[in-house]
Design a protein around this ligand. Structure first.
Ligand code: NI
Length: 256
């Protein structure tokens, strides 16, 4: 099995006691590559460190909507400079979060628009975080011409209607733990309809732990459970899901 966890946070404090062990466990479970996501002043440096010390860990760097108010002058240039690093494969996670609402909406919008602009300037794909902001996300992606670079709708949780709009703008859809939940009707229905060549899988660990480990810390090894659930929904073998989603990720993020 050759799995690619396209969204993980292995630098999170939840892994301080056993980070290397956790990474090894992922590799033992067939995870050949991972993208660690750094999303603010603290997690960008720790993400870069992980990417620099493990050849199979890549980095995405960007400013999270929850942290939008903490973005200062010079931070956009900081992200831009990191994008020339050979292990940085995307700008993200960026987007909108109306659930926690820790940054005012207008600030979230500005920070998102600036980063899409930067991604277009540098030709980098973007990783989109969207919580309860489906309409505004589509509107801003369209207005800022995000289709020029495309990217990933991470842990996709919207409707099939919104999914179609994202697919039309060239985005891939990534699914995680929620597709293993018994009561999660919508993500399963969307996954069933997503074209195979736009499908990605992820853990978003330490969050969104799949069944049957819900309530415990999530880790990248569990991307295997996500692949198994996706295989069941798509009606194919799990090896086929692993092969296709890994191929999609390598192509989308320009990894050889
Ligand atoms: Ni994340």
């Amino acid at each position: 099995m050759n799995l690619f966890d396209t969204h993980t946070h292995l630098d999170a404090p939840q892994f301080d006691e056993d980070r290397e062990e956790t990474i090894r466990r992922a590799v033992e479970n067939g995870v050949s590559r991972m993208i660690n996501v750094g999303f603010n002043r603290e997690t960008i440096p720790s993400t870069m460190k992980l990417a620099e010390t493990h050849d199979f860990i890549y980095a995405a760097v960007g400013w999270h909507p929850q942290d939008a108010i903490t973005m200062k002058e010079g931070d956009l240039e900081w992200i831009a400079s990191l994008c020339s690093h050979e292990k940085v494969v995307a700008i993200g996670e960026i987007g909108l979060d109306y659930y926690w609402d820790t940054s005012p909406k207008d600030v979230q919008h500005r920070v998102l628009r600036q980063q899409i602009g930067l991604a277009r300037e540098l030709g980098m794909p973007i990783v989109i975080h969207n919580r309860d902001a489906h309409e505004d996300i589509v509107k801003i992606l369209r207005e800022e011409k995000a289709s020029e670079v495309g990217g990933v709708m991470h842990s996709y949780s919207g409707s099939w209607e919104t999914a179609k709009l994202c697919l039309n703008m060239g985005f891939h859809l990534s699914f995680g733990g929620p597709i293993t939940f018994k009561n999660a009707r919508q993500p399963k229905e969307v996954l069933a309809q997503v074209p195979m060549d736009r499908l990605l899988i992820e853990t978003d660990s330490p969050y969104l732990t799949p069944h049957p480990f819900r309530g415990k810390r999530n880790e990248s090894a569990n991307v295997r459970l996500v692949a198994e659930a996706a295989a069941q929904i798509k009606g194919v073998e799990v090896e086929e899901i692993a092969r296709i989603t890994t191929q999609n990720a390598l192509e989308r993020f320009g990894i050889k």
